[in-house]
Design a protein around this ligand. Structure first.
Ligand code: MN
Length: 324
């Protein structure tokens, strides 16, 4: 099933000025869809004014190549089209001024949490928002230049866990193949994404030694404010960077990284099988069925969440037993 791209293309064609937003703390898919769509619009509608706004991510700055986030005045939003990418909730959109725009359009692949934009293209069956943008380009027969292809391919790679997560399907490869008709330097993308600095390898090792398990085999780590300060990390970065260390452990089907700083406790929840999203939503977060995040105010709330995850693990183990 194809999402309805017609109204989205119409809105882009109608707009003179377009401002592209995505979620805060951009990951590869947020940056990739933003940069990819920027190039797509520029390459196909060169007369349009297009801007990208939002916070930056040093680790992924290679994705920007010669581009940067734009510093624009509020007045630019009058009669402009604001496009919101890869974001499920208004509070997560980087740069709140999208609200000032004359018209809004959103492309997203997260679990739907409520309407945000005038025109919504939402399909949670996609591994990435970049995949939706790639299909948008293909379906609308837009010209895809090397810049757009490279950015969109990078986002598909990062949000699919290098084509490994089970959201990866034949459409994912079809779109990757479509993008690869352009000139994409995959070796340099993979090098930029997966080369680690020695200090971060050592940091991961330190973190790995802190892994604990609950009664029903939920793996977790709780990194305190003091421990983070020692390593000069903020909580969301640490939780996101380290949660994957607990994937691929035999017998562990749910894992969660907690990291605490002055803004609260960042929680990154993952699962190989059951849906952990409702627990993340209950604690004010969101995301996907098997990968979600939230920030809670205290360690005791984080431990409440851990108990709920443990209960979920117990339930799923019972279900497995019944099936056997
Ligand atoms: Mn995404």
């Amino acid at each position: 099933m194809k999402p309805a791209f017609g109204p989205a293309l119409e809105a882009i064609k109608e707009a003179k000025r377009i401002i592209i937003h995505r979620h805060t703390r951009p990951d590869g898919d947020a940056y990739g869809s933003q940069i990819g769509l920027f190039h797509l619009i520029k390459d196909n509608f060169p007369q349009k004014e297009v801007y990208m706004v939002g916070d930056t991510n040093e680790r992924l700055s290679f994705m920007l190549h010669a581009l940067s986030m734009d510093d624009i005045p509020d007045s630019f939003y009058t009669n402009a089209l604001a496009i919101i990418l890869d974001t499920s909730a208004p509070t997560l959109i980087s740069d709140d001024r999208w609200r000032l725009a004359g018209k809004t359009l959103r492309f997203d692949h997260h679990i739907f949490m409520g309407r945000i934009a005038n025109i919504e293209v939402i399909d949670q069956s996609f591994e990435s928002c970049c995949g939706i943008i790639a299909l948008f380009a293909k379906s609308c027969k837009l010209k895809v230049g090397d810049g757009a292809a490279t950015a969109l391919f990078t986002g598909i790679v990062t949000d699919s866990g290098r084509f490994r997560y089970d959201s990866t399907n034949s459409r994912t490869f079809m779109l990757a193949s479509f993008l690869m008709k352009s000139n994409i330097d995959t070796a340099s993308i993979y090098k930029a994404l997966y080369t680690n600095e020695l200090y971060s390898v050592k940091l991961k090792a330190k973190f790995t030694l802190r892994i604990k398990t609950t009664k029903h085999n939920v793996a977790y780590t709780y990194t305190t404010k003091e421990e983070l300060e020692e390593d000069n990390l903020d909580a969301p970065t640490a939780a996101r960077a380290f949660v994957n260390v607990m994937g691929d452990i035999e017998g562990i089907e749910i894992w969660v990284a907690f990291a605490e700083d002055e803004n609260g406790v960042a929680c990154e929840l993952r699962s190989s099988d059951c849906n952990i999203n409702p627990i993340a939503v209950k604690y004010g977060g969101g995301g996907h069925a098997k990968a979600s995040g939230a920030t809670v105010n205290s360690q005791s709330l984080a431990m409440d969440m851990l108990r709920e995850l443990d209960a979920l693990a117990a339930l799923s183990q019972n279900d497995d037993r019944k099936e056997e």
